[in-house]
Design a protein. Structure first.
Length: 147
């Protein structure tokens, strides 16, 4: 990332893929042959969100498999149906658990949304990142108001 005139880096996140400066937030990401770059000036940041995401379909299938296994074994008296339902239910439960991600979303005024996974960051580091982003935005808006 090339810094603009009078721009200083404040902090970085996620192995330097997300950089917060005194003028903007910048993300550069590459995965599976795709490249993604987004830059949002701090005065254009409209909201910040910290959330968990997951594939809820895996959880629904896990519950259905467990219910089907229990009901099937009760009506026919076969333990094989219970074991199959239990195995598939636990497998889909593991898939759901593995699909959970902690994500920070930063929206700009009428523009793109910057989303990045922060599973490698601690809760306090995520709170510090959002605090630093808020403080940098406030300082940037104050700076522009004084020009």
């Amino acid at each position: 990332m090339k810094l603009l005139q009078n721009e200083e880096s404040i902090l970085t996140s996620n192995d330097n893929s997300v950089v917060l400066t005194n003028q903007r937030i910048y993300m550069n990401s590459t995965s599976l042959g795709q490249a993604y770059t987004i830059s949002i000036f701090l005065e254009d940041v409209s909201s910040m969100e910290l959330k968990y995401t997951s594939v809820i379909l895996f959880l629904v299938i896990a519950v259905l498999c467990l219910i089907a296994g229990v009901l099937g074994s009760m009506s026919r008296g076969q333990s094989d149906l219970f074991i199959a339902g239990l195995v598939f239910g636990l497998a889909f439960l593991a898939l759901w658990w593995g699909s959970r991600k902690h994500v920070i979303s930063i929206s700009s005024n009428g523009g793109s949304v910057l989303n990045f996974s922060v599973s490698s960051m601690s809760d306090s580091a995520m709170e510090d990142f959002l605090y630093n982003l808020s403080a940098a935005k406030r300082a940037r808006v104050n700076q522009l108001a004084n020009i």
